[in-house]
Design a protein around this ligand. Structure first.
Ligand code: AMP
Length: 195
């Protein structure tokens, strides 16, 4: 199964994405994690990407597409993947579509966790990190909304987008996500998998 996972900072996206990848039996591909690793290893791509990351900017599309393209060639991605933090721009979404269409395995679903701004601000403020100050949180949320709005529209038009209520315990939210995916699998004629 090929799935894009989206959600604002503080929505519990990382935890859910990891759990969901395990449930689906596909690798969890976080471009943020991959970039941080490339920075640590001081690869040419990592060094260049690092310059953007430290100033809070998006890494240019060609670098991201090179990184994700290399990762998708690995054998564990043969049956699908869960994308986390990617795509972040329309050209990235279009490139992913083209890549998957060429393989004959189109994207199955885009899951977006929905959490109201005041809930996100409350949750993040509780973590006490430097970038979790209220003004910075609002700024990050604003960027997130700006960035994702066109992507949500892009996927919604193709009937792939599912909005999941991200408020509740980890288990409650996970059950909602899994139910939405199983519904999609059934309507797609595929066999459900055991929870
Ligand atoms: P994340 O861990 O997903 O918040 O990503 C950390 C940083 O890596 C971001 O602030 C961006 O600078 C960069 N990054 C991660 N994924 C992407 C992407 N798909 N496109 C552009 N930049 C990205």
């Amino acid at each position: 199964m090929w799935l894009v996972f989206m959600g604002p900072p503080g929505a519990g996206k990382g935890t859910q994405a990891q759990r969901l990848a395990g449930y689906l039996g596909v690798p969890h591909l976080s471009t943020g994690d991959m970039l941080r690793l490339a920075c640590q290893q001081q690869t040419p791509l990592g060094t260049e990407a690092g310059r953007y990351m430290t100033s809070g900017k998006l890494v240019p599309d060609p670098l991201i597409l090179q990184l994700i393209g290399q990762r998708l060639e690995q054998s564990d991605c043969a049956r699908g993947a869960l994308f986390d933090g990617f795509p972040r721009t329309l050209p990235q979404a279009e490139a992913l579509d083209k890549y998957l269409a060429d393989r004959g395995t189109p994207l199955d679903l885009v899951v977006e966790l929905s959490v109201a701004d005041d809930v996100v601000i409350q949750r993040l403020a509780g973590r006490g990190r430097n970038d979790d100050q209220p003004e910075v949180i609002s700024e990050r949320l604003h960027h997130y909304r700006q960035m994702t709005a066109p992507l949500v529209e892009y996927y919604r038009r193709r009937g792939l987008h599912r909005l999941i209520d991200g408020v509740g315990t980890t288990d409650e939210v996970f059950r909602r996500i899994a139910a939405s995916i199983e519904h999609q699998r059934r309507s797609g004629g595929q066999q459900p998998i055991a929870p």
